[in-house]
Design a protein around this ligand. Structure first.
Ligand SMILES: Nc1ncnc2c1ncn2[C@@H]1O[C@H](COP(=O)(O)OP(=O)(O)OP(=O)(O)O)[C@@H](O)[C@H]1O
Ligand SMILES: [Mg+2]
Length: 309
């Protein structure tokens, strides 16, 4: 097996509007076949990062390479690798979905009529493709935009909030579709606020806050390394804490998070052991359950419910 090559390389990207620095020294890479998610509060700079990659905005400093091409010097070569949906996709309202697709297809000599049918199928728009776009729902417009962005087999697909307006089934379809595109080698950069979806979809996640990339997580590691946290509801929290500390010492960390509820974290002891220790010590255990550490929790911890500036 050869090591996957880097398709997108963002180095020290900085974007200023006047004296406001909205993207600040951001660096990350995406490899072939990888799905990379950008998350962060409103105004964090996600769309701005994406716009600099697709050439809608120019970087103030730093460098972006797509495949081996520097976008500031070899933009036409670089953008050949890219399909994208940025913010609000624009369509001709008084044309049908199909006519809009045809217009996009005209830009790519390699896109055949068969390929058009294929992408229409893929995004699930078949039954409505000959309706006027004016009559489309938000989710249908997103599907149409998606069809446009993938029709020329891009190696790098860039999607800014593509789940906006999709219904739960549409979201699941999108997730499955993106996963299968990535499995065939396409690299995907995606931003979204729907953290549960991002958690299931992405191989890696970068969290942006106030223009800084504050952390990156490999999602497989994130899920694997997590120590389980048990929520334990008891009649006497103080006594329960003493019992657990006496029995297990440094092997557990436990604290009372709400009156009568402990959070117990340990890589080695099981819920039954916790239960036994407490019950034998005379404590009533009303409930024990495992609390999943989610991407949402990590996000809230790191961005701290930041105010929009
Ligand atoms: N053309 C512009 N001129 C001046 N400031 C801008 C411009 N475009 C974006 N900004 C500012 O840059 C910051 C980042 O905006 P951006 O749209 O990248 O955020 P975002 O992370 O995509 O947010 P959201 O989650 O709301 O989509 C914001 O403070 C925004 O006001
Ligand atoms: Mg945005």
């Amino acid at each position: 097996m050869h090591a996957a090559s880097t398709i997108l390389d963002v180095q020290h990207a900085t974007k200023k509007f006047g004296k406001d620095t909205v993207v600040n020294d951001v660096s990350f890479q995406i490899k072939e076949g990888e799905i990379y998610g950008l998350i962060g509060p409103n105004g964090a700079g996600k769309t701005t990062v994406i716009k600099t990659i697709v050439g809608h905005l120019r970087l103030s400093s730093g460098q972006i390479r797509i495949s081996s091409y520097d976008i500031s010097k070899e933009f036409a070569d670089a953008i050949d690798f890219v399909g994208a949906i940025v913010e609000y996709p624009m369509h001709y309202q008084y044309m049908t979905g199909y006519q809009n697709l045809k217009l996009t297809a005209n830009m790519y000599p390699e896109v055949t009529k068969e390929r058009l049918e294929e992408v229409i199928d893929l995004v699930g728009l078949k039954s409505r493709i000959h309706d006027l776009v004016r009559k489309y729902s938000l989710g249908m417009r997103q599907r149409l935009a998606l069809a446009q962005s993938i029709m020329n087999y891009p190696q790098l697909l860039i999607l800014d909030e593509p789940m906006n307006g999709l219904d739960p089934l549409g979201m699941r379809d999108l997730r499955n579709m993106l996963k299968s595109l990535a499995a065939n080698g396409m690299s995907i950069l995606i931003s979204s606020h729907i953290l549960g979806e991002m958690d299931q979809l992405c191989d890696r996640i970068g969290i942006l806050s106030h223009g800084y990339l504050i952390t990156e997580r490999d999602m497989a590691e994130f899920h694997h390394n997590k120590q389980p946290i048990y929520e334990v509801r008891v009649n006497d929290a103080e006594e329960a804490l003493t019992l657990l500390r006496n029995e297990y010492g440094g092997e557990v960390s436990a604290q009372e998070v709400v009156a009568g509820t402990l959070e117990v974290q340990s890589a080695v002891i099981t819920p039954s052991q916790i239960n036994r220790t407490l019950v034998m010590g005379g404590i009533d255990v009303q409930e024990i359950h495992e609390k999943k550490q989610s991407l949402e929790e990590l996000y809230l911890q790191l961005t701290g419910g930041a105010e929009i500036e």
